[in-house]
Design a protein around this ligand. Structure first.
Ligand code: FAD
Length: 470
């Protein structure tokens, strides 16, 4: 088989690139090892996790409605139906994707692809059938996989990675989540709402390392009351399968945590969620002359071109942040460059969101980064305890903060913690892309009472013009 463009991988990066290239008139072959296209995001990532998080938020809201004088009683959880609902949402989207590929005449070849030269990929189907696919241009969109700690007994069904956790086989009575990053905390939110007693163990001094502490604090405070235990500054030293459960040994990394952390404890299930590794070393990229670093990442220029001029790379395989919206934008850029357009990946900010309860979202530089890089900023922070809308929603925790570069006056970063922070952060990204300053944001009339106006108020705080309206 031959096509002017071959895309290796059908995740959000791959299918966006394939569709954009087809729309621009290119004949495209997309190679995918699984029968169902859509990659990690649609099948075992963003979408199934958000379907379950929605179920979790319905449960939490119902439980907390007692405060408003409405009681629903203990929720009856029908685990099979929760799973079916999630699976139906995923199938709807992957089915839609298949139709969109067909409509655009994108040929999907199923099987595992590896480069044999800089012009060819050999695809081995599940039944062993081999197909050689040759190309003029190629986009590598082979994504990433779960990082596996070597000492974990992965063959024990009580040990799960994020994919296993999303399968929702049962609701364990006691669940240990290893890793307090975004994915671990999202899955902890789900299992806690469904009734598990959750313990989190995290190596760093705080949850969600890399995020400003003031954004993480409201989440830490809330879950400290709900979860069985949160062990930060603590290492999981070993896991041993026993009849009573998974026997986990812990190692406290400083004296402060040592007194709270038991030497060992037994859990019904363990979710290991310590990060993801790029798939760069699994596709014989060297046979095409494509450089892959020690971690498995493939470097590109701002047109998504690798060191081999007709081979491009996008998505998780090119670097952090490993997020679907970064992959899709990179995919579009690569497709457009191959179609002869002068396109560049030139995003000034890529937002990150933890869809926890409360949500945490940030974009641009964090306050910590500004400090570390010696960037002088003016900061405006607006606490949601003063937001009429947040209080009406029954939530007094939350904060919106915006940072402006003292030199240029322009917005340089923002962070939001609270309900729907993931939706709200988009406005800050637009403001940064447009080079807005505090006055621009302060003068932009936001509807009242909304959570979105906290962005306006935070900018006014930075300007010194906030008048505390409720
Ligand atoms: P992938 O989605 O990884 O797709 C790569 C595809 O290539 C896969 O289908 C794979 O089977 C295929 N492939 C790999 N190698 C080969 C080969 N040799 N031959 C053939 N096919 C191959 N991101 C967000 O932005 N928001 C979220 O809310 C979010 N939630 C997440 C929740 C979880 C639990 C997880 C695990 C991830 C989440 N992510 C989220 C991250 C997001 O899923 C990834 O950033 C995104 O899927 C990356 O897209 P991609 O196109 O680079 O690769």
């Amino acid at each position: 088989m031959h096509a002017p463009l071959v895309v290796l991988g059908s995740g959000p990066g791959g299918y966006t690139a394939a569709f954009r290239a087809a729309d621009l008139g290119l004949e495209v072959i997309m190679i995918e090892k699984y029968e169902i296209i859509g990659g990690v995001c649609l099948n075992v990532g963003c979408i199934p996790s958000k379907a379950l998080l929605h179920t979790a938020s319905v449960i939490s809201e119902a439980e907390e409605a007692g405060k408003h004088g409405v009681s629903f009683g203990k929720p009856k959880i029908e685990i099979d139906k929760v799973r079916e609902n999630k699976d139906e949402i995923v199938s709807k989207l992957t089915g839609g994707l298949k139709t969109l590929a067909k409509m655009r005449k994108v040929t999907v070849v199923h099987g595992y692809g590896k480069f044999t030269t800089d012009k060819a990929i050999e695809v081995v189907a599940e039944d062993g059938t081999k197909t050689e696919v040759t190309f003029d241009n190629c986009i590598i969109a082979a994504g990433s996989r779960v990082t596996k700690l070597p000492f974990i007994p992965w063959d024990d069904p009580r040990v799960m990675d994020s994919t296993g956790a999303l399968e929702l086989e049962d609701i364990p009575e006691r669940l240990l989540v290893v890793g307090g990053g975004i994915i671990g905390l999202e899955m902890a939110t789900v299992y806690d709402a469904l009734g598990s007693q959750v313990t989190i163990v995290e190596l760093s001094p705080g949850l969600m390392p890399g995020t400003d502490r003031d954004l993480v604090k409201p989440l830490e405070r809330r879950i400290a009351k709900q979860y069985e235990n949160i062990f930060t500054n603590t290492k999981l030293a070993s896991i041993e399968p026993t009849d009573a459960g998974m026997l986990c040994k812990f190692e406290a990394l400083d004296e402060k945590t040592a007194k709270n952390v038991p030497e060992s404890d037994t859990f019904d299930r363990v979710l290991v969620s310590i990060g993801r590794s790029p798939n760069g070393k699994l596709i014989d990229a060297d046979k095409a002359g494509v450089a892959v670093d020690d971690h498995g990442f493939i470097a590109t220029d701002n047109q998504m071109r690798t060191n081999v001029p007709h081979i491009f790379a996008i998505g998780d395989i090119v670097g952090q942040p490993m997020l679907a919206h970064k992959a899709t934008h990179e995919g579009k850029t690569a497709a457009e460059v191959i179609a002869g357009h002068k396109a560049f990946f030139d995003a000034r900010a890529i937002p990150s969101v933890a869809y926890t309860n409360p949500e945490i979202a940030w974009m641009g530089k964090t306050e910590e980064e500004c400090k570390a890089e010696g960037i002088e900023i003016t900061k405006g922070a607006f606490p949601w305890a003063a937001s009429g809308r947040s209080l009406s929603n029954g939530r007094s925790e939350g904060m919106t903060k915006v940072m402006f570069d003292k030199g240029t006056g322009q917005i340089i970063g923002a962070g939001i913690v609270g309900t729907n922070a993931g939706e709200l952060i988009a406005e800050a990204v637009l403001a940064l892309e447009m080079g807005a300053d505090a006055e621009d944001i302060g003068l932009t009339i936001h509807p009242h009472p909304t959570l979105s106006e906290t962005f306006n108020f935070a900018a006014e705080v930075a300007e010194g013009t906030c008048t505390d309206i409720y």
